[in-house]
Ligand binder design. Structure first.
Ligand code: HEM
Length: 442
């Protein structure tokens, strides 16, 4: 399940990740307004790595909000960049399919209707299903994300947040991503799966593998990345067997899958797919919102002052952080019939990317969208969690972790100061911050 290569089918081409990157190389700093519209490829990972992607969307929202890119490393695809159009696509699942057999939710996904002889590279998961299978599988894990269950986790999250913050270095630069964002979300994942806390770094590494599968700096070929992902299956296969053999189901996510109607008979590739969905969903999103909040407060110091004066603004700030970061940059769909949108005709079979990162900067829907405003009115008027039947299952859990972390941070530190250049992930699926050097002055 990667965005930069087709993971809904086996990789058929022989290009290495490096050759592929070289073939599609661009200057990510070139002003997007100087590029002919039909040459704009908003999903190019280099733009996300260089943090210049939002400028492409600014232009598209103004000039061509339903945009067709005829050629890219993902094949041809449409980009939907205005919030109302994104909601339209997201809430019409009968027209815009998520099914992996039609191409799934990531750019580069190809239709795959046949029985794949090699399921090693074909990883179905419920976010890449349409009803009825989606409905059935989502219902199996949904109880884990209900408010009454989440309330039981609050104390544990607070304890961990305190432990992480109390052990941070003072008066020396350190990486906020690895020390805080990854730590808190990694510990939460291990809890949700009920696996040893010491294994949390393995979960994080598999989450990173999903995003890095086509990154030439990490893997020579996507197949190498898949080898690593199947190690994740080996790990969780052992956990599944242990949970399935118990006399009663536990309340962890693996037990729920192992005992659930609609999931207990999943083949290995589908089990791996769903595990990866939960790992990426629970890690990359919240992790990058935690880092994105620190970065935004440093880029808008008057907002940091406001927060210092009034700690009760945290609960309003958290959805604003999520809007501003938009950690899931897009979700893709496949049109199942010819359909009109924004005066354009999208043909059956064509691929469509809903750019949440762009919808959340749409001035026709959100006032001053490029400003980070922690006491913004209606901060939840964003589309970072999607909408429709696939709307994020973990949204409350993500917000809860951010709320608690900020409450405890403000009790301890006057300021988390960004003291070095952030490093952004080379992927257009997740707006990821890989490193964020900060200093806390005692
Ligand atoms: C700031 C945090 C988060 C953001 C911004 C976020 C964003 C999203 C988005 C955009 C979608 C797809 C929505 C659509 O297609 O309409 C999604 C789906 C999903 N998210 Fe999250 N997410 C976050 C936290 C979490 C957490 C903590 C979990 C816990 C494991 C999680 C689990 C899921 C799952 C399982 C789905 C698939 C839902 C479905 O297909 O029915 N997410 N998320």
């Amino acid at each position: 399940m990667s965005n930069q290569s087709d993971t809904s089918t086996k990789p058929v081409e022989v290009l290495s990740n490096r050759e592929r990157a070289e073939r599609w190389a661009i200057d990510p700093h070139q002003d997007p307004r100087s590029i002919p519209l039909d040459e704009l490829n908003p999903g190019h990972p280099a733009r996300f790595e260089a943090d210049t992607a939002l400028a492409v969307f600014d232009r598209l929202r103004e000039e061509d909000p339903v945009h067709f890119c005829p050629r890219s490393q993902f094949g041809p695809y449409w980009s939907i960049t205005k919030l109302a159009d994104i909601r339209h696509v997201d809430t019409h699942h009968e027209i815009f399919s998520s099914d992996i057999r039609n191409g799934g939710i990531m750019l580069g996904g190809q239709p795959n209707q046949s029985d794949d002889p090699n399921p090693r590279y074909h990883l179905p998961m419920f976010i890449m299903q349409d009803p009825p299978k989606h409905t059935e599988q989502r219902a199996v894990v949904a109880p884990k994300f209900k408010p009454d269950y989440l309330a039981t986790l609050a104390g544990l999250i607070r304890e961990r947040a305190c432990d992480i913050l109390d052990n941070l270095p003072r008066n020396e630069e350190f990486d906020w991503v690895s020390h805080v964002s990854v730590e808190l979300t990694g510990r939460m994942l291990a809890t949700l799966f009920d696996v040893p806390q010491d294994d949390r770094h393995r979960l994080i590494a598999w989450s990173d593998t999903v995003q890095d599968i086509s990154n030439p700096d990490v893997f020579e070929t996507p197949a190498e990345g898949f080898d690593e992902l199947w190690r994740c299956w080996e790990y969780f296969d052992a956990v599944w067997k242990e949970r399935a053999a118990r006399s009663e189901p536990g309340d962890d996510l693996i037990s729920m899958l192992a005992w659930g109607d609609g999931t207990r008979n999943m083949p290995p590739n589908e089990y791996l797919g769903n595990i990866l969905l939960l790992i990426v969903g629970g890690n990359d999103t919240t992790r990058n919102s935690i880092s994105g909040g620190v970065l935004a407060l440093n880029r808008f110091p008057q907002e940091y002052d406001k927060l210092r004066r009034d700690h009760s603004l945290v609960s309003n700030m958290v959805p604003e952080i999520i809007r501003f970061q938009s950690p899931v940059a897009y979700m893709a769909r496949t049109a199942m019939q010819d359909t009109e949108l924004g005066g354009k005709t999208i043909r059956a079979g064509e691929r469509v990317a809903m750019w949440y990162a762009s919808g959340n900067r749409d001035a026709s829907a959100i006032d001053n969208p490029d400003q980070f405003i922690i006491d913004r009115a209606q901060p939840r008027k964003h589309t970072a969690f999607g909408s429709g039947i696939h709307r994020c299952l973990g949204n409350r859990l993500g917000e809860m972790q951010l709320n608690i972390l900020w409450e405890e941070t403000l009790k301890r530190f006057d300021r988390i100061e960004v003291t070095g250049e952030p490093k952004f992930a080379r992927t257009s699926f997740i707006r990821g911050i890989r490193e964020l050097p900060v200093t806390i002055r005692a």
